[in-house]
Design a binder for this molecule. Structure first.
Ligand SMILES: [Cu+2]
Length: 105
């Protein structure tokens, strides 16, 4: 019983924290946010992209930060200077990029 209540409390806290103002799209239990930014660096043999991203409504302000790729193949063909539209999804406590595509500025 105590354990169950703990879980319910934890889920409620999580929902309050990531609910934001509602531009995150929800697919099942995964919370995702779409963003646009410019690749300013490629690290860890292409598994991490440093992206100067625009404000992500309901998630975070504009900033430059590293993003791990959910699958290293997602970064194939992308390079420093590319403008990209990408999706980050909550996964195992992190926010890896699950979709990314080069776009024209
Ligand atoms: Cu950020």
């Amino acid at each position: 019983m105590g354990r169950m209540l703990m879980m319910v409390a934890a889920l409620a806290a999580f929902a309050a924290c990531t609910g934001g103002s509602g531009t995150g799209e929800e697919a099942g239990e995964t919370t995702s946010y779409e963003a646009v930014g410019v690749i300013v660096g490629v690290k860890s043999e292409g598994r991490v992209l440093v992206i100067d991203h625009e404000k992500i409504e309901g998630f975070m302000d504009a900033m430059q930060m590293p993003f791990e790729l959910d699958d290293a193949k997602l970064g194939a063909g992308l390079k420093k200077g590319d403008t990209v539209r990408f999706t980050v999804s909550e996964k195992a406590g992190g926010w890896p990029i699950t979709k990314i595509k080069k776009i024209e500025k």
